[in-house]
Every structure is written in C-alpha cells, then in structure tokens.
Design a protein around this ligand. Structure first.
Ligand code: BGC
Length: 747
C-alpha cells in the first residue's frame, strides 16, 4: 500500500502494460500523453491500420497490441470515413532509450532485474526505475521522471538519469515518431520532419496536417552533456543518437523538452521559441512551478479518507484525472468520455460532461465549471445544424459531440434516440447558475440556448390522438438497452425542466410571450409514468412489455459485462438494464419522489440492472448511502465504481465519468450533501462507511469556501469565506459565521 498519493507498478507484465499506459496518463488539459514506456517494446507497431466499425463500444473488442501510444490535444479532431469526427492521436515524442553495445533496454527481452513505476498524484509526475544487466556486463541503473507542465501547457519535460557499476559507453536515442494511427486510421495528410542539421544541437521537429486542416507542431530538444548527435531520419520519424562514456559513481543526466502547438491555439506560440525562452530554467525550476500549480489545485479539491487506504488512493486517482482533463480557459472544448487518455470513445463529449463531471468542478473550481458550461453555448450553432439535419427547428445537441457540437455518433440507435442529452445540458446550466449564485447566467449567456433547445423540443413532442398531453416517443433514456421507448420518465422530466427554464428565461433569448406560454404548458403536461398500486415509477410505457432477461441462463461469463455474453437483440427485447435510469432521475430530483417510491424503484430495477455502463454503480452508491440508508449496498457499489481504472480498466482510457461519480459518491453519498439545485443551505446527512474513520473535503458552497470534516458521530464545518452561511447537518441547523467552525452531532 502507498501513502495515499502514489500509484505503484512493481515489476512488469506486458499483459497489463496498456492499462498502465492509460492509468498513468499525464496532461496539462491542453496536452495529454499516455504513460508509455520511453524505450517502447519490440514488435508493438503503432502504425497498424485496421477497420473499426460503428458498434456498441461497451461490448467492443479492441485490437490486441502490447502498447498503445497516445498524444492528444483536445479539440484537434480528424474525419474518419465512417466513424465521423474523432480526436486525433498526434506524433509520439516520449522516446528516450539507452543502448549499450547496440543492445537496447527492453523490458521483455533484456535482462532486467527490477522495474518500478510510480504515478505521484500530488505532483502529477511519473517516475520509473529500472536495473538493467546489459549483455556487455555493466549493470545500468536507469531512472526516468517526466511531467506535462501545468504551468506551461504546451510543454512536456522528461529527465533520464543513468548510472553504471563499471566503465561503459552508453548511447542515448531520442525518438520523435509521426507514424501513428487513431483507431487504426491515418489522419495526417501532410507530414514534415526537420532538424537543425547541427550535430551539436539535438533538436527534432515534426509538423503534421490533419485531414480537417489543423496543423500540429511537435518540437523536441535534448539537453545532455557535450556529445555529437547522429541523426537517423525517415519521412515519418527521426531518431537522434548521442554516445556518452560513463564511469561508476557518475550520473548521466539527459533531459528532453518537447513543446506541442496547434493551429487552433488561442494564443499562438512558436514551439522552438518557447523552448529557447526556457533555456535559463533548470529541470528543477520547471518541476517546481508545475507542482506549485498542482498544489493549489489539490488545496481546493482533495478529499481525505482516513481508515481505508485503498479508497483514499482511488479517490485521489479520480480527482487527479479530473483535474488533469480540464482544459484551462478554453470553452471550445469539454472533457471527452475517456479523459483524453484513449480513443475508444473517439475523444467526443457526451452527457457525461454535464451529469458526471460538472458537479466536481462546480463545487471545487467554479471557474473550470464555467468553461464546461460555456462549451455548450459555444457550440450552439453545431446543435442548430444537428436539429436541421433531423428536420427540426431550434437546437439539438449531439449524443456524441465533436468540438463544433456536430453529431458524430455513428450508431443510429444512440444518435437518433438518446436525445436526453439536450435536456441534460439545460439542467447543467441551471446547476451552474444555482451553485455559483449567478442567476444572470440563465438570462444572459444561456438564454438563447434555452430557447433554441425548447423550440426543438416543441417540434419533437407528439400529441397522440385522444390524449390531452404531449409525449416523447421513440427515445432512448439513460438505459441504453431500451432503445426505442415511449415517454421515458427520465427524459420527460428533464425535458419538462428544460422547457420550464425556457419559459422563465426565454424572453432574454428571443422567445415571444406566446412561445413561452406554450413551453410552460408542454412542460406541465409531459407525463411521469407511475403504477400507484406498486408505488412504482415506470421507466417508460413499454418496459412492462419486455421479456425477463433470465440472467442465470444467459449471463454465463460473469467476469465480463452482460453485453459481452449476449447479442444486442437480446439486450433490446428484455428488461435487462444497462445502467441507472429511473434511479438517476430520483437522484436528480430527490424531492419529487417519496421514500416508498425510491425504495420500490430500487427493489424493482436493481435485479434487472447489469451495470454494463461505468456510469451506473456511482448513482446506486449515492442513492443507497443518502436516500435509502443501505450501508452495505452503498459500500459494494462504491467498490464497483472506485477501482475501475486502478484495477486494470484503463486500457482504452480513463473512465472519467466514473471519476466524477466517485467524487459525487463521497460528497453527495457518504457525506450526504444536498445539491445546490435544491437548497440554499449547506445540508449534510453523513453516513460514513464502517471502514472510514474520517471524510474531509473543501467545497465552495454557493460562493463561500467551506471545509467539511466528518468523523464518526461528528461533523465540523469551517467557513473559510467572508460572510456567514447557514448549514444543516443531520437535521440540526446553525449559522456559521465567516472564519469560524461549527460542530454538529451526526448520530
Ligand atoms: C453509457 C453512456 C455514456 C457513454 C460514454 C456508455 O456506455 O451507456 O451513458 O454516456 O458510455 O461514457
């Protein structure tokens, strides 16, 4: 076990290499790099072309390879011939490998005594150490350390230190390779490799142009003792090799600095000039400014868990990736479903942004939440285009959005039917306005979006013969295994909420009084289906008509998700649920459902729920902890959610929505905090898991920074702001003056 801040890989297993590459992704928001081995592995080509088809990603089997390089700048999208827009995997620049007598360090082939890697979450630094018994007889001890600078978002800094037990000549090869693919596809229409031609100046540059016309420049410079560098450059890759004589007791220190820039940059910089401007700064200087930024991020967001080291590490791992993924000061992008750490979801933006990710930022870094909210406003034209494409007025947000807001989902089931995302966005904007006490947001920047999406909804509603209320027909709710359903309760409630917002704020977004009245009327009429006898909220009109899934017979391989066991049609014709649907609704609108209804929904839907989506366990954990007092279940679902990436699930990228959920489980679930959507008073109802002795975290409650500290039987709220706040803990209400701490009994 670690100190709660380090994820450690001891030894090396090629089978888990790709999962560690994903888990160890470093990034500045702007630039992200998977944690691949600097010397790479033999026979793990990165230019393999293969055909990826539209599919259910949850059940998709990805091509096997020992390693998967990934360099991503969110917003740099390319066009795939049938999968639409995808975030492009950019040239790989991490390559930095020692050779002795032509023999290369390779974790599978070379005689390696020990290998250790450690992601230091606090500093956002990846460290490695390897002891290598070279064929030449010398034992080399090699350490690597690198980071993507939080202080200078274009910059990645690597340092390799080599020590020896006897005299040896060590060659060092620095690689820059553009011969990479994204999901097996080539997105570069032009590639240019260049170098100074000066053997004393080990610089390499690659300029690539994507098939959508973006240009990306990657410029690497090696800093090392005096050497003559030999260049081996082809049209797609370049290697610079320098040789160094090393004596026992000496350290060979080689640094590699890389700057990545793109033609999309808001403040263009020239990468070589950027590196030139850093020539007076040492590795330690650059590291210090980087860790200082991370220290302030952690001050605003760290969740302390005492009594359970594994949960502590999982929580920090989630927060680390959330903080890494946010692109500072750039509302032209959001956070993609794999957290810029893999290509499975094409680098696209889903409802995950609004429902799973936004809350963490809203309550810890409202400025970062703002860019996520603004992203949808920035892409309103894309949403208008989507609506037109479907023959509707107004704006329809994409189920899978690219950076322009254009629908990029290649599977019709989700693309055509999973329309709730448009209403989730309105909910999120309202959440932003409430949590940051910025009501003017809805009357100002968000008003047009509210009106345009309401216009889409008005056209998307059906008025069936003989009924006096509107319906939403042919939708897919959050449960993706119920593809074309009618009056899905979740969707209806969220759409009614969006229409109501448009009726209240629409005059500022161009809606006439008549339109606003119609919005309000439709909002009031959209049904939430209930079976009063069973106190059951129905997922949709058709749910009861579906067949029983018979999991005992059909879910034979329990090590895999249900979707990997059965065909898609069986998912669709049975009551098997992919993820929380009615329960998600109850989490978002807790006051609208009685305790009996929540309990009935839990009892009814849970046995059908496969949790094939990583978004599901967190929602269940929150409801179990806060609403239902089901401590054991809350704990079990927390375990399912918390360790997804830590326990080997990050091959295709980070389950970033799950990371957002993990934070929500701690704060909304175990601390039982009510959302600012529903109350002005900081309200907590703590239910710590038996193993947890303490749960403590900072939060910004409607503009006031607060520190919440919960131990068994007690909670303390410290007001770090300048005005008093009202707080309620376990039913006891107090005013907490600025600068003071109030203590509450929680038993
Ligand atoms: C889930 C969706 C989610 C998407 C991206 C799917 O498997 O069912 O709810 O938005 O993954 O995370």
């Amino acid at each position: 076990m670690t100190d709660g801040w380090s994820i450690v890989e001891s030894g090396f297993d090629v089978e888990t290499n790709r999962a560690y590459e994903g888990l160890f992704t470093l990034g500045s928001g702007y630039l992200h790099v998977r944690g691949s081995l600097e010397e790479h592995l033999l026979q793990a080509p990165q230019n393999q072309e293969y055909v990826r088809m539209p599919a259910n990603v949850t059940a998709e089997v990805f091509p096997d390879n020992k390693a998967k390089w990934g360099t991503y700048v969110p917003g740099v999208f390319g066009r795939h011939p049938w999968l639409n827009s995808e975030m492009v995997n950019l040239p790989w620049f991490l390559g930095l490998a020692p050779y002795v007598n032509g023999g290369k360090l390779d974790l599978e082939v070379a005689n390696v005594r020990d290998h250790r890697r450690e992601l230091d979450l606090r500093a956002a630094v990846l460290r490695r150490s390897v002891t290598w018994d070279t064929a030449a007889g010398a034992i080399l001890h090699v350490t690597y350390e690198w980071f993507v600078s939080a202080a200078r978002k274009h910059l990645c800094v690597q340092r390799m230190v080599v020590r020896t037990d006897r005299d040896v000549t060590v060659s060092v090869a620095s690689l820059l390779d553009t011969d990479v693919r994204t999901n097996g596809h080539e997105h570069f229409t032009k590639v240019g490799m260049s170098h100074t031609g000066d053997p004393e100046r080990p610089d390499l540059q690659a300029v690539v142009t994507t098939d959508t016309g973006d240009t990306v420049t990657v410029f690497s410079r090696v800093l090392a003792p005096q050497a003559t560098w030999e260049l081996d450059a082809g049209s797609r890759a370049g290697t610079l090799t320098g040789a160094f004589d090393l004596l026992p007791g000496q350290s060979l220190v080689v640094e590699k600095r890389t700057a990545v820039t793109t033609s999309r940059d808001l403040a263009p910089v020239e990468p070589s000039a950027l590196l030139d401007s850093l020539s007076d700064l040492t590795y330690d200087d650059l590291l210090a400014e980087h860790t200082a930024v991370w220290a302030s991020r952690w001050d605003a967001a760290d969740v302390v868990i005492e009594g359970d080291a594994r949960s502590q590490l999982a929580m920090r791992c989630s927060i680390y990736h959330l903080l890494r993924c946010h692109v500072p000061d750039d509302p032209r992008v959001a956070i993609d479903a794999k957290g810029a750490a893999g290509e499975a979801y094409f680098g696209r933006y889903f409802w995950d942004t609004e429902m799973n990710l936004l809350p963490f930022f809203l309550y810890t870094h409202p400025d970062k939440a703002r860019t996520l909210a603004d992203f949808r406003i920035e892409t309103l034209d894309g949403a208008r285009q989507n609506a037109r494409g479907y023959g509707y007025p107004g704006a329809r947000y994409a189920w899978e959005s690219d950076a322009r807001g254009i629908e990029s989902c290649a599977s019709w089931q989700y693309r055509d039917h999973e329309i709730h995302v448009t209403a989730d966005i309105a909910y999120a904007l309202a959440h932003y306005a409430r949590a940051t006490v910025d009501p003017a947001y809805l009357d100002g920047p968000a008003a047009e979006l509210l009106v345009e999406t309401a216009r889409y909804w008005m056209a998307r509603l059906s008025w069936r013969k003989g009924e006096d209320h509107p319906s939403l027909l042919g939708v897919m709710g959050p449960d993706e295994y119920c593809p074309i359903s009618h009056n899905n309760s979740y969707t209806n409630r969220l759409v009614a909420h969006a229409l109501k917002l448009a009726s209240e704020h629409g005059q500022h977004g161009g809606a006439s009084d008549e339109e606003r009245t119609a919005f309000a009327k439709a909002a009031a009429g959209l049904p939430i289906l209930r079976d009063p006898a069973r106190k059951l909220v129905l997922q949709c009109e058709d749910f009861e008509l579906l067949a029983e899934p018979d999991f005992d017979r059909t879910w034979t391989d329990r090590s895999k998700g249900y979707a990997n066991n059965v065909s898609q049609e069986r998912l669709y014709r049975t009551k098997a649920l992919k993820q929380a649907d009615v329960l998600m609704l109850m989490m978002l609108f807790p006051q609208e459902f009685s305790d009996e209804e929540v309990a009935a929904a839990w009892e009814y839907y849970l046995p059908y729920t496969t949790h094939d989506s990583s978004l599901s366990p967190g929602v269940h954990a929150i409801l179990a902890a806060r609403r239902l007092g089901k401590t054991d279940e809350a704990w079990a679902f927390w375990q399912d959610s918390a360790f997804m990436d830590l326990d080997g699930g990050a091959e295709q990228g980070i389950h970033i929505a799950g990371c957002g959920n993990n934070w929500q489980v701690a704060v909304f679930g175990f601390a039982g905090m009510s959302s600012a959507m529903h109350t002005d008073t900081l309200t907590l109802k703590p239910h710590l898991p038996p193993a947890w002795e303490r749960l403590a975290f900072p939060i910004i409650w409607r503009g006031t920074p607060v520190y919440v500290d919960i131990v068994k039987g007690k909670a303390r709220i410290t007001n770090r702001g300048t005005a008093a706040i009202d707080a309620s803990v376990a039913g006891e209400r107090k005013t907490v003056p600025a600068g003071e701490t109030a203590e509450f009994e929680t038993r």
